[in-house]
Design a protein around this ligand. Sequence first.
Ligand code: 9D3
Length: 252
Amino acid sequence: MTQVNLMHIDILTIFPDFFTSIFATSILQRAVANNLVRLNTVNIRDFAYDKHKIVDDYPYGGGAGMVMKPEPIGRAIVATKAASANPRVIYMSPQGQVLTQQKAVQLSSLEHLIILCGHYEGVDERVSTLYVDEEISIGDFVLTGGELPAAVLVDCVVRLLPGVLGSAESAAQDSFSDGLLEHPHYTRPPEFMGQMVPEILLSGHHGNIARWRRQESLRRTWERRPDLLAKVRLSEADYAFLDRLRRSQERF
Ligand code: 9D3
């Protein structure tokens, strides 16, 4: 069988070891073994040419913390870019656009991602200006560096590549794909610590089960993430169910 879609991902970091166990785990490892993706780390320190391999320096203008020097990162990016015709350079940064499923889907069609992880206070701004195509954040909370965000992005993108998930796990049915939270899941035993599996799931009536699941999805989204409801396309039956939910709520 011929391989047509091999995504290439390079991660530029001063902590390459961070990614060893992540890349060696379950789905990512299988994707690499099946030649669906090439995952590679590039140690930015290898591109520091002074004898102490210094990658950071004090900020111009003063202030706390250190800034990553532009030269080693610049060299690392130029060397990594040379490996393909069409690389996309992404800088994991608290100042970036917040990652969404839609963004992950877009990135999953590219052939070469170069992901730059910052540390300390971040990288010299000229690196962004000269080499970075886009900056991505994973949310409004403070981490110590870009490595965890890079791992999150890789996981999120790689699972979308054709052939990575089995048809059972298929990414097309993801909750964030249809915009609603998922319905609850149950497995055996039918009773656990006095808690029963909902009768309808044991009924074998596929029509009723599908309707129940849809309604539980709507209920959870309405209760936990009402912001998502505003963005999804709903059927008449969905609206009718949500109306009933709202009215039952008003009575208490
Ligand atoms: C709050 C002042 N600075 C920290 C002492 C700013 C700062 C610099 C560097 C805050 C965080 C970081 C390191 N974070 C990342 O590199 C990062 C990140 C994050 O912290 N949250 C969400 N997404 C991302 S992507 C990269």
